[in-house]
Design a protein around this ligand. Structure first.
Ligand SMILES: Nc1nc2c(ncn2[C@@H]2O[C@H](COP(=O)(O)OP(=O)(O)OP(=O)(O)O)[C@@H](O)[C@H]2O)c(=O)[nH]1
Ligand SMILES: [Mg+2]
Length: 302
């Protein structure tokens, strides 16, 4: 499995490494702040989060009487770390935990579900998958391939059928077979955006009627290649479903890992998993410390 550190190689080499390079032997002046600010914005940290971060850095430097750039490395790491608070345990401690997965088409939903299924199965949990992306037959087949690979059942419906009905059948199946976790795949695209959102809303409603307090987690899958655009996309989903966490897929191919800082700061959502490759084991539970190391290169094995 590729680590978070390895997956951040592009992000580190493109922008964050340059920030670290600013921390040489000189003294802090206005140009230091301008350089940090423009690099953070280039690094997909987002304007709002960048300004807040630089403000905090300046405040600390003043309060602690820091004047050498070489001392900024530690302060930057601490402030980046504090933008990613520990999210606490997942809300999966239920007789049947239902996890709803949403996101735009191609973001990495189905692949992430396959990896998640393997992750929970390895923990000894009994997993069921629901192919509620009935928009395309190929989407259901793709989930079925993952189900076979992992060795977990996949509940499907007819192509073009009602996704809520698939979710309903899957809950019935999961309860009848005493499953521990049900993961529900959804479409990323319908004829219109409005149709998609009202469909997701309905899936969520049907789930909540059949299983108490469900869906217990709703993960929005973002493609790490989309950077700040991914955050704008995210807003559209918030109107339809109650998102509880982010899966950041395809971090391995992206130089835009800085978006994680604004996911915490602007969306107020924890990143729960990151996709580190295309293989079944390429899903890493999010670890803020490893993420800071990966951004700023705090290890010798670069
Ligand atoms: N390198 C890499 N590729 C990934 C990762 N996650 C997904 N992919 C690839 O991204 C592509 C799209 O993934 P899917 O899982 O089909 O995305 P989706 O959101 O289900 O797409 P739709 O069903 O069309 O909405 C596939 O080629 C995956 O192999 C990842 O973490 N790393
Ligand atoms: Mg899919």
């Amino acid at each position: 499995m590729k680590s978070i550190f390895e997956s951040l190689r592009k992000t580190r080499n493109s922008v964050f490494g340059q920030i670290v390079n600013l921390f040489g032997a000189g003294e802090i002046d206005d140009s230091t702040w301008e350089d940090i600010e423009s690099l953070l914005i280039q690094g997909d940290v987002g304007v709002e989060t960048t300004l807040a971060l630089v403000e905090r850095l300046r405040h600390r430097v003043e309060a602690e009487g820091i004047y050498r750039t070489q001392n900024l490395h530690r302060v930057l790491r601490e402030e980046i770390r504090s933008l990613m608070p520990d999210p606490g345990p997942l809300n999966l401690d239920w007789p049947l935990a239902v996890v709803l997965i949403v996101g735009v088409n191609g973001s990495g939903k189905t692949t992430s579900i396959g990896k998640l299924a393997a992750h929970y199965k390895a923990q000894g949990k009994k997993v069921v998958l629901a192919a509620a992306d009935t928009f395309r037959a190929a989407a259901m087949d793709q989930l079925e391939v993952w189900g076979t690979r992992v060795g977990v059942p996949v509940i499907k419906g007819p192509e073009g059928g009602d996704p809520s009905a698939v979710a309903f059948d899957a809950m019935k199946h999961a309860q009848a077979h005493s499953a521990d976790v049900l993961i529900v795949d959804t479409a990323g695209r319908l004829h219109t955006q409005h149709n998609l959102m009202s469909e997701l809303e309905k899936v969520q409603r049907v789930i909540s009627r059949r299983v108490a307090w469900a869906p217990h987690e709703t993960f929005l899958v973002l493609d790490a290649a989309t950077g700040q655009n991914g955050l704008i996309q995210a807003q559209q989903f918030f109107a339809a479903v109650k998102v509880t966490g982010i899966i950041l897929a395809k971090l391995d191919g992206s130089s835009r890992g800085g978006m994680v800082l604004s996911i915490g700061h602007q969306l107020h959502l924890p990143v729960r998993f990151v996709g580190t490759g295309e293989h079944i084991e390429d899903l890493a539970p999010f670890d803020p410390e490893a993420f800071c190391d990966g951004l700023l290169g705090d290890r010798s094995d670069t």
